[in-house]
Every structure is written in structure tokens, then in C-alpha cells.
Write a protein that binds this ligand. Structure first.
Ligand code: GLN
Length: 545
């Protein structure tokens, strides 16, 4: 079969969970023994989202090979459990960048460079290609934005051409759309869907499957109407109702026979799916035995998507110990010595996630101190580890002005310093220390206990690192180096021994966590928070006796 393609587009409005639908399909095909890969084509002009404000675009997800990508890639990895790479996220910016470089290089032989064929050829050349002759794979390719947007037109035209090139049986289109419900007339409305399908048809593309988001189940009559007007078999009109938990989406779409109709459209054999592990995971998620309350102390608490993978990884940690994780969002900018206790005394764990720039960092330092002093489980990720180190330097080593030079370039105690290979860097985009790097864990560290192996790999996205000049001093006062780069130069993990759980990591473990395989740090952190919650309860019970 070589490679078969499923393109996923969205109609009517954005925010329909197109990425989740695409990722769910990936899981369902994988459960049938098919090899799956996923890509996202984004119509914006930035080369990648690396330089975008998380408030606008949500989290920047990082792949093993160090590509900064759209957060949907995180959903893909969590659902299909495959490591994606630099080819998995293509933007208009990347497409134009490479076409323009070719133009400057004289590759177009004096021709006029145009959207068709040059841009569309470049887009088509980036659709997943088989790595070897006998590779068999289904590539699910999501196009960002909504059909009808000016920016997405070259992508849709490329899909049309591509279908023509490889044959419709090898490249199908799944359109995710909305069926709004009008409460006043108690009616479901199909017109917006008809209009967006017409728009596709006007571009020469006929959707094969319609996934209809709606608040209410679609009646047979509605399905029939959509099928008739949109020119698809009625069995290819699927409903996609809201699910209580994100990870139920593949199971809900399995009931709708999503994979069956996709395989039928691709002329591939259907197989019995094995969804037992996924179903078990969803059952554990649905039936927690305890509740833990984690404080998330960051500066983007208004937009939870800015920390999407961290939130998901916490859920995974919860699933692994059958605890429901409730998050208390704490804006680190608002945190001060007066309200600190009020804000944190009830929580069972404190997490300070990654970030850039000064805003809110003093609040993060206070939170790290509170966790250390009150022996509340703490997980510091990247900036969260750096702030734990600054806190320790200020309050245990007594260096009152200790800081990261990112935040205070004139500090006398730069405990977090610029990485030497970052010194000459001027461009902002794509220049951080990015992607997967090895880390060797220290003997008798908690980290080693959690991971169960000496050498691990974590994904990175940072410019600063622990200043090695202070290592000895930290260690003698109780903050130990739990992991370093194999050459020993870069501090990758720290921990406090005399504490139930106080871990800091320079990497981003959240990117590698999976719902059915929680990352060891998240598993350990949520378990420690759960134990702490139980300890608090039993203490309270004793006090009442
Ligand atoms: N701003 C810090 C650095 O560049 C931390 C980065 C992060 O948390 N991802 O090192």
C-alpha cells in the first residue's frame, strides 16, 4: 500500500477540536495494527511558533529533533505515541522561505515564481513520503485554520493536485465541521456545513468523511440531509459530541466507526482494533480513588493552553496512581510574602513550569521556597528549576541578590548563567538549546529511583543553565545535582535530599509524557502529592481525636 493519506480540514468555525479528531483517528488506526504518522500544515507566516507569545498561540511544543511546533503536535504524540520531527509541522513561512531561497539560488531557471506551481509544489513535496520502498504507513495531515480563509487556499489547492497525482483512493479528505443548534427554534442547522463543503467542492475537492461537531446527537434525518447536500454516503456523516475527558475522544469516534469509514475510503482492509489499554486508561481516569490539588505557579494563568502539555502530563501522573488532579492556577505575578501562605497552604504539590523573562519570577521564587520549607512536593521545570536554584542561593547560601542573568544581568551572584554556546547568538528564532539531550543520573538520587535507569533523554528549550561555579556550595548545603550531561558540564537535574519530593529539571518532561505511560517525574510528583494529601488528612484526623 506504500503511503496512504488522510487530509483533515475544518469548516464553519475554528476551535472544533480538529487536532483531537485527527489524533483520535491516528490512535484508532494504530489500534488496528496500521503504522501511522501525523503532520500539521499551518497557514501562518511565522517560520515556527517558537517566537510567538503563548497568550496568542498557546504552548510551543518541542520534538525530539528540536523543532518548535504547534501544540497540536503534542496531542498527536500523546494519542499516537510516535515521536514526530521537523517534517511534522510545516508553516506558510517555511514554505515561502525555502521557495525564496531556491529563487535566490537561481533554481527556477529564470522563470516567474508563482503560487501555482512553485508554492503548491513546495507544499506537496512536504507531504509525508515513504522512507523506503516497502514502508507502509497512513499519514494523517491536518490543515490549520478554516476552509475559506485566504491563507489556507494554497494548501487546499495542493491537496487537490495531490489527490489528482496519487489517486483519490490513496488520499482522502476528512472535513470536521459544526452543526449548530438553535435553541429558540429547537433546530439543528446544516446550512453552514453545506456552505463550507460547497467551498471545498468549488476548489475541486470532495470530502469523503464529515465529522460533525454538535451539542446534540444527529438524527437520521439530519444525517440524511447532510449526506444529500454534501454528496457523501450517509454512513460517512459522523457525529462528534462533546466528551467529558479528552482521552475518551478515540473511544467515542470508534463508536461512530470513524476508522472503518476511513479504511473503506482508502480501500484498506479493516481489522479488529485492540483498544484494551486505552480503554483501561480512560477507566482509571474516570474512576479516581483520591484527589490531589496541585498549584501551578506561572505567569500565563489566564490561558491554560500556554501550559497544555504540563496539564496533560499531570493528568497522566494522576491516572498512574488513580488520583484526580485538580489544578489551582496561581498567577506568580500576584504572589507576595503576604498572600503566599493563603495561596499555598491547602495545596498538595507545587509546580513551577517553564518560561522566559522577568515577569512573575519573584513569585515563582517564593513558591519554590514555600515548597522547600514546608516540605510540600515540588516540581520545577526549566525556569521552575532555575528559580528553585535562585531561591536556594538567596535563602540557604545567603546570597541575597542571587539571580539568573536572564533576569538580572548585573547580579553579583549569577547562579544561572548564559550557556557558553549561546553567547554569540543574536537571532531569537530557533536558536535556543533545543530538542533531546542525554542526561546521566546520579547514584542514589531520587531521580534514578524514579526513572529506573542511569541514562535518560529529555527535550530542552532554554538558553541559560546552572552556573557550575556554585555546584559545590549547593551540594554541601543540601541541594544535590541529580543529573548532568554525560560530560558532566551541564546540570540537568537537581533535588533536595531532606524533602519528600523536590525535583528540578532543565528539560521538559511534559513533552514525553503519555496518558498510558506517565513520565516518571510526573508519576513520582503526583504520587508524592497524593501521599502528602493523605498524610495531611491523617494528621488532621489525629488532631480532632
Ligand atoms: N528562560 C529560561 C532559559 O532560557 C528557561 C527556559 C524555559 O523555561 N523553557 O534558560
Amino acid at each position: 500500500m506504500a503511503v496512504k493519506y488522510v487530509f483533515v480540514t475544518g469548516g464553519v468555525v475554528s476551535g472544533l477540536g480538529k487536532g483531537i479528531t485527527a489524533a483520535s483517528l491516528g490512535r484508532l488506526l494504530k489500534a488496528r495494527g496500521y503504522q501511522v504518522t501525523m503532520q500539521k500544515f499551518d497557514p501562518y507566516i511565522n517560520i515556527d511558533p517558537g517566537t510567538m507569545n503563548p497568550i496568542q498561540h498557546g504552548e510551543v511544543f518541542v520534538t525530539d529533533d528540536g523543532t518548535e511546533t504547534d501544540l497540536d503536535l503534542g496531542h498527536y504524540e500523546r494519542f499516537i505515541d510516535e515521536s514526530l520531527d521537523k517534517n511534522s509541522n510545516v508553516t506558510t513561512g517555511k514554505v515561502y522561505w525555502s521557495v525564496l531561497q531556491k529563487e535566490r539560488h537561481g533554481d527556477f531557471g529564470g522563470g516567474t515564481v508563482q503560487v501555482i506551481p512553485h508554492i503548491t509544489n513546495e507544499i506537496k513535496s512536504r507531504f509525508y513520503r515513504a522512507k523506503s520502498q516497502d514502508e507502509e504507513k497512513i499519514a494523517i495531515i491536518e490543515v490549520g485554520g478554516t476552509v475559506g480563509d485566504i491563507e489556507s487556499q494554497p494548501f487546499l489547492e495542493s491537496i487537490r493536485q495531490f489527490q489528482h497525482d496519487v489517486g483519490h483512493d490513496n488520499a482522502i479528505l476528512l472535513h470536521v465541521t459544526l452543526i449548530p443548534y438553535l435553541r429558540a427554534s429547537e433546530e439543528m442547522k446544516t446550512k453552514p456545513t453545506q456552505a463550507s463543503v460547497k467551498e471545498l467542492q468549488g476548489m475541486g475537492i470532495q470530502p469523503d468523511v464529515l465529522v460533525c461537531r454538535s451539542e446534540h446527537p444527529l438524527t437520521d434525518e439530519i444525517k440524511g440531509k447532510i449526506a444529500l447536500f454534501c454528496n457523501v454516503p450517509v454512513s460517512h456523516v459522523l457525529q462528534n459530541l462533546d466528551v467529558e475527558y479528552l482521552y475518551e475522544a478515540p473511544l467515542a469516534m470508534e463508536r461512530e466507526k470513524l476508522a472503518d469509514v476511513v479504511l473503506e475510503s482508502l480501500r484498506l482492509e479493516n481489522r479488529k482494533p485492540d483498544l484494551s489499554e486505552w480503554t483501561q486508561m480512560v477507566n482509571d481516569l474516570r474512576n479516581p480513588e483520591s484527589v490531589v490539588n496541585i498549584a501551578m505557579v506561572g505567569k500565563y494563568t489566564q490561558l491554560h493552553d500556554a501550559y497544555l502539555s504540563v496539564v496533560e502530563a499531570l493528568k497522566h501522573g494522576g491516572i498512574s496512581c488513580k488520583a484526580k488532579v485538580e489544578i489551582t492556577w496561581i498567577d506568580s505575578e500576584e504572589l507576595n510574602e503576604k498572600n503566599l501562605d493563603q495561596a499555598l497552604h491547602k495545596v498538595d504539590g507545587i509546580l513551577v513550569p517553564g518560561g522566559f523573562g522577568n515577569r512573575g519570577t519573584e513569585g515563582m521564587i517564593l513558591a519554590a521556597q514555600y515548597a522547600r520549607v514546608h516540605k510540600i512536593p515540588y516540581l520545577g521545570i526549566c525556569l521552575g528549576m532555575q528559580m528553585a536554584i535562585v531561591e536556594f542561593a538567596r535563602h540557604v547560601l545567603g546570597y541575597e541578590d542571587a539571580n539568573s542573568i536572564e533576569l538580572d544581568p548585573s547580579t553579583k551572584h549569577p547562579v544561572i548563567a548564559l550557556m557558553p554556546d549561546q553567547e554569540s547568538v543574536e537571532d531569537l528564532g530557533g536558536t535556543l538549546r533545543l530538542g533531546s539531550y542525554p542526561c546521566v543520573l546520579a547514584d542514589s538520587s531520587k531521580a534514578l529511583e524514579l526513572f529506573g535507569k542511569k541514562e535518560i533523554q529529555e527535550r530542552h528549550r532554554h538558553r541559560y543553565e546552572v552556573n557550575n561555579a556554585y555546584r559545590e556550595e549547593f551540594a554541601t548545603k543540601g541541594m544535590t545535582i541529580a543529573g548532568t550531561s554525560p560530560d558532566g558540564h551541564i546540570v540537568e537535574m537537581i533535588e533536595i535530599k531532606d524533602h519528600p519530593f523536590y525535583e528540578g529539571t532543565q528539560g521538559h518532561p511534559e513533552f514525553k509524557s503519555r496518558p498510558n505511560h506517565a513520565h516518571p517525574l510526573f508519576r513520582g510528583f503526583v504520587k508524592a502529592a497524593d501521599d502528602y494529601a493523605k498524610l495531611k488528612k491523617s494528621r488532621q484526623a489525629k488532631n480532632q481525636e
